[in-house]
Design a protein. Structure first.
Length: 154
């Protein structure tokens, strides 16, 4: 094997971790460069331990984890002016709100229709930084409190 072939093989090993080419190299010397590969310890189980490392630099590589959706329920809030009640459950995947459940959502005087709009706006804002709905100001304020309550559980 010449130096260029060894360099190509080393690059492939560093990138891919292993390469099946039908050649086993151990303590092979090419010109002035010596290439050594570690030999396995017979007492070792062969199972990696600790954090994964980048074989090219020997530095630890971060372990990637898949975020799973998590749902938290907030406290029950009562709208004092008109007597409505709101309790929400919020589902987050990573840092994003993916669902807002209306566990308890009552309002009077036609304000019940505000809830679907408030849910849409809160999901689009990924939080409670939303505008009040004209004619449902108290309902909106209590919805925001209920949403903040559920979000504080994360």
């Amino acid at each position: 094997m010449n130096r260029d072939q060894v360099n190509t093989l080393m690059t492939a090993l560093a990138i891919g971790g292993s390469l099946a080419v039908g050649i086993i190299i151990t303590n092979h010397q090419v010109a002035e460069n010596t290439i050594s590969f570690p030999t396995p310890d017979p007492t070792s189980s062969g199972t990696p331990s600790g954090s994964p490392t980048d074989t090219a630099s020997g530095t630890p590589t971060p372990t990637q984890t898949q975020a799973t959706p998590v749902t938290k329920q907030g406290d029950l809030f009562v709208e004092q002016q008109w007597g409505g009640q709101i309790q929400l459950s919020v589902t987050k995947d990573g840092g994003t709100i993916t669902n807002i459940g209306l566990d308890t959502a009552t309002a009077t005087g036609g304000r019940q229709g505000a809830f679907s709009y408030l849910v849409q706006e809160a999901m689009a804002a990924n939080g409670s930084n939303i505008a009040n709905i004209s004619g449902a100001t108290y309902t909106t304020q209590v919805f925001k409190q209920a949403l903040d309550s559920a979000l504080s559980k994360f």
